[in-house]
Design a protein around this ligand. Structure first.
Ligand code: UFG
Length: 324
């Protein structure tokens, strides 16, 4: 199948592209390289540089490459930034997604996979958080993803769109060739590892007064290769109907536990200092992923935090300057 991957030069997108190609699919990557890296794009993928804000370019992309399915990763993705610059999210994330959906409909493409987020669950009534949990977006970022999920719901009803919305908890880890390289980096694991590499002096822990076992936020870290496999399973199941899945390992680790595990793996003391809370951060996010396990047989290959951090550490050691 020919698959259009927006954001296929970014962290999760590029690793999904790699896994799709290894699974024998053909891939067209569309990316504006705002956060993505040309070097992250698998050499067997067709690469088109462009912006989803440019409707003519998006239409031309569908005209020229005739994809049969779309995976949509291209997005602003930072909870904290969205609390400071809401229109980047409520505006660009939404209108860019809308442009893509309109082009897909116009070109008769009916298969769509959306990168969604655990940031839909700011105030969960039950942990682990399954798909029955009420939706309370935690930030304009989460809201922008929820708006796209709702658009997909209506396109299914009206045009017979078949979609999967995959709500990732905390994507982490790396493949041998591809890993996490954001500018600026805001994510915990790459920041912790950059201290171990001597690129930063210390980690700031954003708040230790949350109602958790050590006062720091609890997150469910899921290996990016396991996320990629979930995309492939979801794509193959689309003809049987649309679906929404929460994706994580079902295990939560505090910020302090992540730092401690990284100390053990790297052998570096990784100094850490407690600072204020970061706006928009919920205390605990742990996924209930029984639905995708049951319906699609998804089984994470790398559920252990140690293996996840180890894979990231190997990548960062072999790419000390990221992709540059
Ligand atoms: N953290 C620190 N110090 C840092 C960086 C992060 O203490 O320097 C903490 C955060 O406060 C949070 C945890 O580490 O408690 C994880 O933070 P990340 O920034 O790595 O990840 P987030 O949980 O904020 O966000 C990630 C994705 C979002 C997604 C969200 C859903 O980046 O796109 O998971 O859970 F919406």
């Amino acid at each position: 199948m020919k698959i259009l991957v927006t954001g296929g030069a970014g962290y999760i997108g590029s690793i999904v592209v790699e896994q799709l190609i290894e699974a024998g699919e053909s891939v067209v990557v569309f990316d504006n390289l705002y956060q993505g890296h040309r070097a992250a794009v698998h050499p067997d993928a067709i690469f088109v540089e462009g912006d989803l804000a440019d409707r003519a370019a998006v239409d031309a992309l569908f005209d020229e490459h005739r994809p049969e399915a779309v995976m949509h990763f291209a997005s602003h993705t930072l909870v904290g930034e969205s609390m400071e610059n809401p229109f980047r999210y409520l505006g660009e994330n939404v209108t860019n997604g809308l442009n893509l959906l309109q082009s897909a409909v116009r070109h008769d493409v009916r298969r769509f996979i959306l990168s969604s987020t655990a940031n839909l669950f700011d105030d969960p009534e039950r942990i682990p958080i399954d798909e029955a949990e009420r939706i309370v977006p935690g930030s304009p970022y989460g809201e922008s993803k929820y708006i796209l999920e709702r658009m997909l719901h209506w396109l299914d009803r009206i045009y017979g769109f078949r979609y999967a919305a995959l709500r990732y908890f905390n994507a982490a880890g790396a493949s041998t060739e591809r890993g996490e390289d954001h500018h600026p980096e805001t994510h915990l694991i790459p920041i912790v590892l950059s201290v171990a590499l001597g690129r930063r002096d210390k980690v700031i822990i954003f708040g230790d007064d949350y109602p958790t076992r050590d006062g720091t936020c609890v997150r469910d870290y899921v290996h990016v290769i396991d996320l990629a496999q979930a995309h492939i399973l979801a794509l193959r199941a689309l003809d049987r109907g649309s679906r929404v899945y929460n994706l994580g390992n079902g295990q939560g680790f505090t910020v302090k536990e992540v730092v401690e595990t990284a100390r053990e793996i790297t052998g570096h003391p990784i100094p850490a200092e407690v600072g204020p809370r970061r706006p928009g951060d919920p205390a605990t996010l742990i996924a209930g992923s029984d639905r995708i396990r049951r319906e699609l047989g998804w089984e994470p290959k790398y559920p252990a935090l140690r293996d996840i951090i180890e894979s990231a550490w190997k990548w960062h050691q072999s790419h000390p300057n990221g992709y540059s």
